[in-house]
Write a protein that binds this ligand. Structure first.
Ligand code: HEC
Length: 134
């Protein structure tokens, strides 16, 4: 058991270091599966979440408010007007390659737009959607 745990820890550490969008997706999927057995990410749900309009912040009702309806295109910050690089890995290879960075922005943007942190399931769906965008 101890060996299994340290092997898992080593595997996890390796995943975090050289992360790909698929690694991040697996991390969120596993976390979500611990909360709801059999959870499978859905790109369709992720697309709906991306476009859904919440009622928390009038200026930024949706993820697409800043990231636009097409995440393969650059976005624009609704408050600062600064350009935001595309969110889709197909258009920006840096996306979802750093778990800490992704988590930081999920925390900030979900809190602002949704009014709470996103769940692991929502993050998994979101990454599943974005990695499928061409
Ligand atoms: C007010 C503007 C704004 C809104 C609305 C917004 N974002 Fe973002 N988002 C940003 C900015 C700014 C960055 C960081 C700059 C960058 O990485 O290009 C970012 C980056 C991210 C990242 C980092 C991805 C990575 O690995 O590089 C994620 C994840 C993300 N946003 C998710 C969301 C989600 C989910 C929503 C909706 C709940 C959302 N964003 C809504 C402005 C916004």
């Amino acid at each position: 058991m101890k060996i299994a745990i340290s092997l898992l820890t080593a595997l996890f550490a390796a995943t975090v270091q050289a992360a790909t969008p698929a690694d991040l997706l697996a991390t969120y999927r596993n976390e979500a599966a611990q909360q709801a057995a059999g959870f499978q990410p859905s790109a369709q749900r992720g697309a709906e979440f991306f476009a859904r309009r919440f009622t928390v912040a009038a200026k930024m009702p949706a993820c697409s408010s800043c990231h636009t309806d097409n995440p393969a295109q650059p976005g624009r910050h609704v408050v600062t007007d600064k350009v935001i690089k595309p969110l889709a890995p197909a258009a920006n290879t840096e996306r979802f390659t750093d778990l800490a960075k992704a988590d930081k922005w999920f925390r900030r943007n979900c809190t602002e737009v949704v009014g709470r942190e996103c769940s692991a399931a929502e993050k998994a769906d979101f990454v599943a959607y974005l990695t499928g965008v061409r």
